[in-house]
Design a protein around this ligand. Structure first.
Ligand code: SDX
Length: 432
């Protein structure tokens, strides 16, 4: 017998039986769709803290146990054994690829990593000091003006082409943004390099000198991309789904995801963490900073701490912390990053012992360390969220594709509780 939950309106005495739906893992959900028709009421859940917006088979998070699965595979096993493009294939297609499938997938992505030369002109319209997230959002949205002949969202082949095109071009657009800001020449993608090596080459190659590829740096960025690939219905992914539900083209949907990710409460946190560590500047300033964070009248938050879902630890933070230690040990010869890392370690230690953070279950999230790694890789702070967007493109595409394949797809349209003025008549200007 299927489980139900009874909702009773005590005023009218009327009740409805709501079906309880069970998934593979995690909380069951109560189907409240009959509520408005049967009881004339809506549910109320600002910020969707306890609302399941869809059924999905892509990613599962257990916030209490610190579990993150992609198509059932634990994130630590993927970080240990997989590659970013293999995780992309898994997220988008549902299964790990065979060698033939992987070779074809990698070849297709490499073949589509070039940008239409017309798209390169888009960059010239940006100011020399524009934020690269503005360029990423603008150029990705502009892709819909270049590839519209393959944008029938109900054609599986076109959906697949859009996925491959975006995975191929996101690193190119990201690197081009970086080069534009520095006034450096554009470096064309190379089909003979791996996905991460090619990105590093497009970012850092200079015409007047050879560029050595550091395997530790490549591995660190590969893991970073894997850890940021997808994360259930987070703010930017929910935005992509909502945009897609209106039948907007996939490039417009991904551009919407990019703009949502930009916020410091979401993907902009890695940039905000570094700015915070630089503002703290010295271990002795940590105490006063934390006092500001705890002050109710002060909007300062401890960036890189807290998470809507993880309430014990972010499994990605555990993995990335180790990568951080190893990378700084092997790479940071100049020691530039060490002071910042030491402040981060001391901040983490103090915060984890402080009742304010313990009571609120605030632990370091993935962004607390990712900024330090990206800094050590020579990637400037304003490019951190761009890196997050490059990685999350896989998740956005996978979630958009899953939604488009859902035969019950409807346009998303939340309701509200209206608390404005009661109905009233217009008053002529000379009567006011
Ligand atoms: C990402 O959703 C995802 O999956 C996101 C993400 C992904 O992969 O897509 O994981 C990526 O966005 C990670 C989070 C990165 N953001 C930050 O690091 C910014 C700092 N963190 C906070 O802004 C905050 O923790 C959020 C936004 C992440 C979560 O906020 P919630 O769940 O809405 O928590 P809340 O605002 O209801 O806060 C609960 C309490 C409040 O105190 P009280 O009012 O109860 O006294 O905790 C406090 C908050 O003031 N609090 C913090 C805090 N985060 C919450 N206090 C100080 N510092 C913080 N960072």
């Amino acid at each position: 017998m299927s489980k139900t939950v009874t909702i009773t309106d005590n005023a009218s005495g009327k009740s409805i039986e709501c079906q309880v739906m069970e998934g593979t893992h995690g909380h069951p959900v109560v189907d409240t769709r009959a509520l408005s028709k049967e009881l004339g009421m809506f549910t109320f859940d600002p910020a969707f803290v306890t609302t399941a917006s869809c059924e999905s088979a892509i990613t599962f998070i257990d916030g209490e146990k610190g579990i993150l699965l992609h198509r059932g595979y634990p994130i630590d096993q993927l970080a240990e054994n997989s590659s970013y493009l293999e995780v992309c294939y898994l997220l988008i297609n549902g299964e790990l690829p065979t060698k033939t499938e992987m070779d074809s997938f990698v070849f297709s992505i490499g073949r589509l990593s070039l940008l239409h030369e017309g798209l390169l002109n888009f960059f010239n319209g940006f100011r020399h000091d524009a934020h690269p997230m503005a360029m990423l959002a603008g150029v990705v949205a502009g892709m819909s003006s270049h590839y519209h002949e393959e944008m029938d969202i109900y054609n599986p082949e076109h959906r697949n082409m859009c996925a491959i095109r975006l995975l191929g071009k996101m690193p190119t657009i990201a690197a081009k943004s970086f080069r534009y800001l520095l006034g450096r020449p554009y470096v064309y993608p190379r089909h003979d390099l791996g996905y991460v090596e090619n990105f590093f080459n497009m970012m850092f190659h200079l015409p007047n000198r050879e560029m050595a590829m550091n395997p530790t740096a490549v591995k660190a960025l590969e893991i970073m991309l894997i850890l940021h690939a997808d994360h259930e219905q987070n703010a930017s992914t929910s935005t992509v789904r909502l945009a897609g539900s209106s039948q907007a083209n996939p490039y417009a949907c991904i551009a919407a995801g990019i703009t949502t990710l930009w916020g410091p409460a979401h993907g902009g946190a890695n940039e905000a963490v570094i700015n915070m560590l630089q503002e703290i500047g010295d271990v002795k300033n940590i105490g006063p900073y934390i006092d500001r964070v705890k002050d109710k009248n002060n909007p300062t938050r401890l960036m890189g701490f807290g998470h809507r879902v993880y309430k014990n630890f972010d499994p990605r933070a555990k993995i990335i912390r180790g990568v951080c230690h190893q990378l700084l040990g092997e790479l940071d010869a100049t020691g530039d990053q060490q002071p910042m890392f030491e402040i981060a370690m001391e901040l983490e230690r103090i915060a984890l012992e402080d009742q304010y953070f313990i009571e609120r279950k605030l632990y370091p999230n993935v962004d607390f360390y990712s900024g330090i790694i990206l800094s050590a890789l020579g990637i400037p702070t304003n490019m951190f969220t761009v890196m997050f967007a490059v990685a999350r493109t896989a998740g956005w595409i996978a979630q958009w594709k899953e939604m488009m394949e859902d035969p019950s797809l409807k346009i998303g349209r939340p309701r509200q509780l209206y608390v404005g003025a009661a109905k009233r008549d217009y008053v002529a200007m000379d009567q006011r």
